[in-house]
Design a protein around this ligand. Structure first.
Ligand SMILES: [Zn+2]
Length: 379
């Protein structure tokens, strides 16, 4: 018999023992009621022992229907099924519980949250949101329901709805999430820019930067907007500010600078040269060389590398350079390129997860702005 069946059996036995050993002062009527509960419970255990968990559950529904304390047993069973990945069964248990008319408001709330988690675990995000909302209708300051709904809105890239939930969470917890909000507005700005709503994008990028001046994605939208409307002064100012405020994410703007031919020829080239001389930042020059190779070919990239006398100082830098500028015929280049495709370039300061491409929100702990470039490859 597997561990789940053992666990359910243990639960059933606990309920049974609790019923049998109830205080003797109970009146005859309630004794009769308990008798009614014991027989489905015994049948349930019987089904469990014969490895028929679904029929066992049916019997235990009877038990729970007769007495509200059994709801706790139910909730625990639901948790167990979900933890085992049997989402369908967890859903059925929680739905059964919610179908009971005599349920206390507290159990109702717990069951809505549990059902929401079932749906969320099963990837049914819309249905999860409905259940969280029902929980919030019972208790509007339920922080866990607010937070889970926020995650779902973020996951579905519904940034404004996420921002609304963040505001509610701030009020409930009496904390300020200014930087988190800045990243949400940066996402809104990027979305608007992609939908050609330049004015809206500008306003939201500004809002984000007002909340957090180091919010790199908002600054990059601002630079993209300036380039788009051919405002080269504003673009240059934006680039310098990004360098000053969020240097570690500076390389991400380089493809935009190269994309805009006029800007790159008249200012970008000199500006990048100046910034390279300012800090000899290897990430800057590597991103520049990679972008140049992609957009203008390998010869120009090799010339730049020679002109600025760039020499890698770590294995990671050396591999990146080799992957970009190495000869196709060189076997080392082949290996370096393979490495480059799967190398984890960013690491989360909160949870330590490592990812290949930059993300503003950590895929594991969901914090915003906590992923930083990895400095050195472990050898
Ligand atoms: Zn993280």
């Amino acid at each position: 018999m597997n561990t789940l069946l053992l666990a359910i059996t243990a639960f059933a036995l606990v309920v049974l023992v609790a019923l049998v050993l109830r205080p003797v002062q109970e009146d005859v009527e309630s004794n009769h009621e308990e008798d009614e509960r014991i027989s489905p419970l015994l049948r349930g255990i019987n089904y469990l022992l014969s490895d028929e968990p679904d029929r066992a559950l049916q019997e235990m529904v009877q038990v729970a229907r007769l007495r509200s304390e059994a709801a706790d047993v139910y909730m625990a069973l639901g948790e167990m099924f979900r933890a085992r990945g049997e989402i369908g069964r967890a859903v059925r248990i929680h739905q059964n519980l919610l179908a009971r008319p005599d349920l206390s408001q507290d159990i109702h709330l717990q069951a809505h949250v549990a059902l929401a988690i079932d749906f969320q675990t099963g990837g049914l995000l819309d249905r999860a949101l409905v259940q969280y909302q029902k929980a919030l209708n019972i208790q509007s300051d339920h922080a866990a329901a607010l937070e889970a709904s926020l995650r779902i809105r973020e996951q579905s890239k519904e940034w404004l709805l996420a921002e609304e939930l963040l505001s509610r969470l701030e009020r409930v917890r009496n904390e300020s999430y200014g930087s988190h909000r800045a990243y949400l507005f940066a996402e809104v700005a990027r979305q608007r820019f992609e939908q050609h709503d330049e004015e809206g994008a500008q306003a939201d990028a500004a809002r984000a930067l007002e909340l957090d001046v180091r919010c790199a994605p908002a600054r990059i939208v601002e630079i993209d907007l300036a380039l788009h409307r051919q405002d080269l002064d504003a673009a240059e100012t934006g680039v310098r500010t990004l360098w000053k405020q969020a240097r570690e994410h500076f390389p991400l703007v380089i493809p935009s600078l190269l994309q805009h031919e006029t800007f790159y020829q008249t200012r970008g080239l000199n500006l990048l040269r100046e910034l390279w001389l300012d800090g000899q930042d290897a990430e800057l020059i590597l991103a520049w060389i990679e972008s140049l190779t992609e957009k203008r070919g390998i010869t120009e990239a090799r010339n730049l590398c020679n002109e600025l006398s760039f020499v890698p100082h770590s294995l990671r830098e050396s591999l990146r350079l080799n992957a970009t500028l190495g000869e196709d015929s060189d076997v080392h280049t082949g290996f370096a390129r393979q490495w480059r495709k799967t190398a984890k370039n960013y690491v989360c300061e909160q949870c330590g997860v490592e990812v290949v491409e930059v993300r503003w929100q950590c895929p594991q702990c969901h914090s915003w702005g906590t992923l930083h470039p990895k400095a050195e490859e472990n050898v």
